[in-house]
Design a protein around this ligand. Structure first.
Ligand code: FAD
Length: 494
């Protein structure tokens, strides 16, 4: 079945899970990998610009150098504390390395006046972007690490810089940076990383589970990817989603997807949905105070809210179906899936207004919160720093409440609050840092894709939005757009 046909059927899928099990699968795979992030000329600026970490260490080395080979286990020991899915102190220091023996990296190493191997630099990640460094002359915030010959010494040096007391044998997931204040309106801007992370993690789970198993799941996958291509807040995820759509027929001929991540073949695994640097292995806004709480499922909720506030009236039913099907087909937490599906099935009238859809996602999330409040209190399974609450609390949105004594909502205010919170506020940091790939222009993260699709009846509206978005992503996407234009408009997906 061709992509066009599948689009006409408008079915699609995603798999995701909040279960520790799925995270463990990802971790097991990640365990085989080095934790220090390999940088090169083409990804150096983008990775360092994009990282949520406050500090970076860049090791310049040469793969032929015996001292570098001996140093690697020391460097990796420190990297394991900070990088990767099992990091004890994630998101604080990004540990990276550049192989100067590769010809393609020569200019990059020259820019940092690399005089010996290994040579280590320290600084805020963004200070490395488009930077040069010269001994003596340099007044930037980039420092040479002059005492990092062993793992212990390197960690001591880092501890001195940031006034911390990390130890190589730290065992407990300490999250001193957890954003535990539910009432700080600005914190949501950190969640922009989590939305990318959850999207990429969901996609990886689909790959690992080989979850596109039937025409129903295939259709569900396409529908969700369409929604992401049109309305994901991150340009690189929109781009990745559009590329998957364009290539879907080759990646999944007759619904039989190939999932491998290697060999330069046309496989889903070779199309990382948010680029190859995501998932990073940790969450920011959604980071729990324990290592088995929050994370993916929190990121997924934020993704769903952020999608809901970006769709137009005419797309609201399509978005509703895409999200319900996604959770039902790919969220591998059975209890979550079943409860959520019940709430989807209880909607009897198709959505016509985006406002109703935004409020539906919000109230559905609150129903889950309400149930979990009791469960977590009796079982002690919640995150002590993030108890479930009926949301938003008064401190965050006083106007959302009609009465100061009880929970009676002013739905107009709730809607306005959600639109702003999961709209411009969520992407404010993203715009500030321009958290996108190196050779992409600055993204007006939401506005550029919220085309006036409401004049069209969904799914045409959604398809057109994707098509317009896709054109920004190159000739292949335009080819897909041409296919879209050539097909007959369909006024209903039922
Ligand atoms: P989350 O509930 O994940 O919320 C993330 C953030 O969203 C919060 O920090 C807050 O800033 C914001 N928020 C909270 N409530 C709202 C709201 N009403 N509207 C808008 N924003 C809000 N777990 C179970 O144990 N059983 C289940 O049945 C279950 N069902 C789930 C169904 C779905 C579709 C999803 C995505 C997750 C489900 N989970 C379930 C997981 C659970 O809802 C939480 O995601 C998880 O416990 C982590 O909670 P959290 O503290 O990070 O906050």
């Amino acid at each position: 079945m061709s992509l066009v046909h599948l689009l006409l059927f408008f079915g699609l899928v995603i798999a995701a899970s909040s279960t520790p099990g799925s995270r463990l699968i990802l971790r097991e795979i990640a365990d085989q990998k080095d934790r220090a992030v390999e940088l090169n000329t083409s990804n150096f600026d983008s990775v360092l610009k994009d990282t949520p970490a406050k500090y970076a260490v860049v090791e310049f080395f040469a793969h032929w150098c015996p001292a570098c080979r001996n140093y690697k286990p020391h460097y990796e020991k420190v990297a394991r504390l900070f990088n990767g899915p099992d990091a004890i102190h994630p998101g604080i220091v990004l540990m990276t390395r550049v192989d100067c023996a590769l010809k393609t990296n020569t200019k990059l190493c020259d820019k940092f006046s690399v005089s010996h191997y290994p040579m280590l630099f320290w600084g805020p990640p963004t200070k490395f972007v488009s930077a040069t460094w010269e001994p003596q002359k340099d007044k930037s915030e980039i420092l040479v690490i002059d005492d990092g010959r062993t793992a212990d010494r390197l960690l001591n040096w880092i501890n001195k810089q940031i006034d911390s007391s990390y130890a190589l044998d730290d065992q407990n997931f300490e999250n001193e940076h957890a954003l535990s204040n539910h009432t700080d309106y600005n914190q949501i801007s950190q969640a922009v990383y989590d939305v990318e992370e959850a999207t990429a993690e969901a996609f990886d789970i689909i790959l690992l589970q080989k979850a596109i198993k039937s025409s129903e799941t295939s259709a569900s996958f396409i529908r969700f990817i369409q929604l992401l291509a049109a309305h994901h807040l991150s340009r690189r995820c929109r781009k990745g989603a559009a590329e998957i759509l364009v290539n879907y027929d080759d990646l999944c001929p007759s619904g039989n997807c190939s999932y491998e991540k290697s060999g330069g073949k046309d496989t889903l695994g070779n199309f990382p949905i948010c680029g190859k640097d995501v998932p990073r292995g940790y969450y920011m806004f959604c980071r729990g105070s324990k290592n088995d709480t929050r994370g993916f499922s929190c990121g997924l909720w934020v993704l769903m809210h952020s999608l809901s506030v970006r769709v137009e009236d005419g797309e609201s039913q399509f978005a509703f179906t895409a999200i319900c099907d996604f959770v039902n087909n790919f969220f591998m937490c059975d209890e979550c899936r079943l409860h959520f599906n019940d709430m989807c099935l209880s909607v009897k009238t198709p959505f016509k207004k985006a406002r109703d859809f935004v409020l539906w996602v919000w109230s559905t999330h609150n129903k889950v919160n309400e149930r979990l409040m009791k469960d977590e209190a009796s079982l002690g399974t919640g995150d002590p720093k993030f108890p479930k609450i009926i949301w938003p609390p008064k401190e965050l949105c006083p106007l959302c409440y009609l009465s100061s004594k009880s929970i009676e909502w002013d739905h107009d205010h709730v809607y306005n609050f959600l639109k702003n919170y999961y709209g411009p506020k969520l992407v404010s940091l993203y715009k500030e840092k321009s958290v996108i790939g190196s050779n992409e222009e600055t993204v007006p993260a939401t506005e550029d894709l919220t085309v006036a699709t409401n004049a069209l009846v969904v799914p045409i509206g959604a398809a057109l939005a994707i098509a317009i978005a896709s054109c920004a992503f190159g000739a292949l996407a335009c080819y897909w757009r041409t296919q879209q234009k050539n097909r007959k408009p369909r006024r209903s997906w039922n």
